[in-house]
Design a protein around this ligand. Sequence first.
Ligand code: DLL
Length: 430
Amino acid sequence: MSKLLYFNEKAETMSRDELAALQDTRLRHTIAYAMEHNAYFRSRMNAVGLQSPADFNGMADLQKLPFMSKEDFRREYPLGMCCVEKNTIKEMHMSSGSTGTPVVMAYTENDLAQWAECMARCYVMAGAQPGDPCQITPGFGLFNGGFGCYHGARKAGLFVIPTGAGNTARQIKLAKDFGTKVMTGVVSYAIRIMELLEQDNAELPDLKIGIFGAETFSASMKKRIQDGLGIEAFDIYGMTETGGIGTLGMDCSAHAGIHPWEDHYIIEIIDPETGKVLPDGETGEIVVTALTREAIPVIRFRTGDLSRIVSRDKCACGRTHLRLETIHGRRDDMLIISGVNFFPKQVEQSLLKIPGVLPNYQMIIQDHHGIKRLHINVEAQEGVTGYMVEKQLKEDLGFSPDGEIFAPGTLPRPEGKAKRIFYENSDEKK
Ligand code: DLL
């Protein structure tokens, strides 16, 4: 059988004109649907002068629509924004974030099929073929990671090994015994697997494809994972509010940016301060409008994630959907220390340049009477010193943090998403 290159060739490779026409039709439908089925959406649209769907001119009017944010999800908790009867909801997922009320996403049968389609496209884009053993390491629970990987893997016809989170020694045994070819997980879990393999001087020769995301993913980290596991690693994107992992695409084998599935979502990049849409190439906040979701269709949702549109040209992989640069970081994660603005990802990128530094680190932002300093705890092999960390960061970012070296395996390794930033003596964020 010839190798499958696309899960849905027609949708993934349609011309930009066809995509634009489809987005326009689907956007009109979404606005009419949301206004008809939910008072929250109706009042938001009324507030910007749309009294009825007939007042809305499709894509030409997109920028007139109000933004939504996590706050809307929290205020309308649990199902205030839901557009369907509760008894048609088939599944829910939730993200808790660090503070406050959780964000809930509900799924109808059609929403689950849409999610599975987006995820199945990602699997095939990474090179997975029907029958390939696929080990799913994100948790199966309220976090969308495990179930999203599951729904998509079923749709793509893979052999599902639903290990869920944790018990790394067992993960490795199962991967060996069943010949896992595709592994999915949060970025830091790939590292955990690598560490244990190294410790046991073992390898996973059948493993070829790693699909990782949910966390900061610097180019250096990706390279470490690829080299360490001997695989091709892919950067998968998505979030609870858009329907979960993979809904916003992944990079393809050209590794030239993330392809969000534009027949299902409209992507805009805005200036986070003014809310104005930015031209392609400029960095700003990603705003997402869902075109095919039933239970809770987000409309101009401000993701808080920063990136830029790299290109709308047809990609070397044949796909026509635009390309986003890997996520730079969250808007609220931007740090200012000694007058320098930077993102945690830049610190990661810089740290991993130092030979002997291991991909496990913590950033502690210390606030002494309003003066901020960065303290970095990082695991490294013998011979690496705190001074080397300070020097590298000074060279790359322009200021010196305090670097403290820890022996391999001594920093905490949480299950699920890694917590890397901590605040000390600070009133700003806890
Ligand atoms: O993290 C979905 C997911 C699971 C994606 C597993 C990839 C792998 P949430 O818990 O709602 O959903 O968190 C979404 O995580 O707004 C980003 O800030 C961050 N994020 C997700 N993917 C990436 C990525 C899942 N590839 C939030 N690179 C998003 C960087 C990412 N950050």
